[in-house]
Design a protein around this ligand. Structure first.
Ligand SMILES: Nc1ncnc2c1ncn2[C@@H]1O[C@H](COP(=O)(O)OP(=O)(O)O)[C@@H](O)[C@H]1O
Ligand SMILES: [Mg+2]
Length: 466
């Protein structure tokens, strides 16, 4: 089986042979037509001159109008031309001096064509010592039919054509050689670049993912391939980076509460304490354990989502009901800080999404809104439908989102300036999970700042059932 390189070379060679041979053959054919046409035109011109003279002359003494030797100015028209005049039966009435005792061939088929008034061109390769081209022109003079035949040697024409064949053949061979060599050199250069790119690509592994393939410097298929591979490496590097960060962050986030737990237990055990102190320590430990548990649950959920193990069942759900359920779950937490949650649903909207998934995401958003809102403010949950798109937005009056946080807000373990400023607890996984969940349903989650006042707006969008 031929490799790609050999196949390319073979195709190139076949194409070159076919093109060059066709071009050479066509050139030779055109030249032969032109040279033969010129001879025919010269023979016909002389035959017509002789016919004209015959018509003007005496038909009882038919003769060839050759000037006597030494009686006329120099002329090349009759040079090497054999002329003969025959009657309608083919009997020779006159012939040029250079024909001697010979006569030009006459065939019954030719006589028949002449009788029809046709001019006849014939080639006789072996008529005399040289191949002949003969034109026979019928003339009617005073009711009698004659034929003027003019013959010329094909020797010169054949020699020109032979030389042309040699020339074209030589040119074709030279072209074939040149193009084949050029093609081979070009293919070799091309494949050398491909080989180089392949070798570079082979060297890139997970430990040197930041390396890029050297661009060949050309804006062609190979250049595009290198660009595409480089952008794929870019994405892979980013994915690896995220993965590495994720593991590092996850370890750190789990380690911190564990070491806090350890310190608290160690402190409690250092000396005997009263029951109230133990209860307080146990409560504080329970808080840490609950935080740890919820974070591990979130990490497990993310892992399952990443592995595609979470069932994605699309249902048709009434969104006002969904919002009401989520608000109810968080009403107590909101109440503790005097925050009111307003539901804004002008009309019932049915959405196509999984109930549990949408509920998890919306709960996360309302939970964030409660965390980041000032006490005694109002959070608005609005459900809308527009052009087949259902949206649920959560608007708060918190600090809003800093411009620097916007690009990373949905990254795992990312905690923005709002959480740092207010020392608000959290692991930075809620929005990452929300986005992964929404993406798995082909839905969107977007973050923005309010335009009418301070605060953030998070919007979920997915298709609505009409
Ligand atoms: N409603 C909001 N207002 C302002 N900032 C927000 C809001 N919701 C989320 N953020 C920012 O996005 C970050 C990530 O949110 P999230 O993934 O839910 O993690 P966490 O709530 O654990 O901090 C938060 O730390 C905060 O900086
Ligand atoms: Mg959160």
């Amino acid at each position: 089986m031929l490799g790609f390189r050999q196949r390319m070379l073979l195709v190139h060679l076949v194409a070159v042979v076919v093109i060059v041979s066709c071009a050479a053959a066509a050139g030779w054919w055109l030249l032969s037509q032109s040279v033969r046409g010129q001879l025919d035109a010269a023979l016909l011109a002389l035959a017509e001159t002789e016919s004209g003279l015959l018509a003007e002359g005496d038909i009882d003494a038919v003769r060839i109008h050759e000037p006597k030797a030494g009686s006329a100015p120099p002329s090349l028209v009759r040079l090497d031309r054999l002329i003969q005049i025959i009657d309608e039966q083919g009997a020779v009435l006159a012939r040029s001096n250079n024909l001697g005792v010979a006569q030009l061939p006459v065939s019954p088929a030719m006589l028949a064509q002449l009788a029809n008034g046709q001019t006849v061109f014939q080639t006789f390769p072996h008529a005399s010592e040289e191949p002949l081209r003969i034109v026979s022109v019928p003339v009617v003079v005073q009711g009698k039919r004659f034929t003027v035949q003019v013959a010329g040697s094909l020797d010169d024409v054949n020699r020109i054509l032979q030389s042309a064949a040699l020339l074209f053949g030589g040119l074709a061979v030279a072209l074939l050689l040149g193009l084949s060599l050029a093609g081979t050199a070009l293919t070799r250069t091309l494949f050398r670049t491909v080989d180089r790119v392949t070798a570079q690509a082979r060297r890139i592994g997970d430990d040197n993912l930041s390396e890029r393939l050297a661009h060949p410097g050309s804006d062609d298929e190979l250049g595009h391939l290198v660009d595409t591979l480089n952008s794929m490496l870019e994405r892979l590097e980013r994915a690896f980076e995220l993965q590495r960060n994720f593991t590092a962050n996850a370890s750190h986030e789990i380690r911190s509460p564990l070491s806090r737990l350890r310190t608290e237990i160690e402190l409690a055990l250092r000396r005997p304490r009263d029951a109230a102190a133990y209860v307080a320590t146990l409560h504080s430990c329970l808080d840490e354990v609950e935080r740890l548990t919820s974070m591990v649950d979130e990490l497990l959920l993310l892992a399952r989502l990443d592995a595609g193990q979470e069932a994605i069942a699309v249902e048709i759900i009434p969104l006002d009901q969904l919002a009401r359920d989520c608000i109810a779950k968080l009403q107590a937490a909101a109440g503790e800080r005097g925050i009111a949650i307003e539901l804004d649903t002008p009309a019932p909207v049915l959405g196509r999404i999984g109930y549990c998934a949408a509920s998890l995401v919306l709960t996360n958003l309302i939970d964030n809104a409660i965390k980041f809102s000032p006490a005694s403010s109002t959070i608005r949950v609005a459900v809308r439908e527009y052009a087949g798109l259902a949206t649920i937005s959560v608007t708060d009056s918190g600090p809003g989102i800093a411009a620097a946080d916007l690009p990373n807000l949905f990254d795992r373990f990312y905690r923005g300036s709002a959480s740092q400023a207010g020392e608000i607890s959290g692991a930075g996984l809620g929005l990452a999970i929300s986005r992964t969940v929404m993406n798995s349903y082909g839905a969107r989650i977007d973050a923005a700042n309010r335009t009418d006042a301070q605060g953030a707006v998070f919007t979920l969008s997915f298709s609505a059932k009409d």
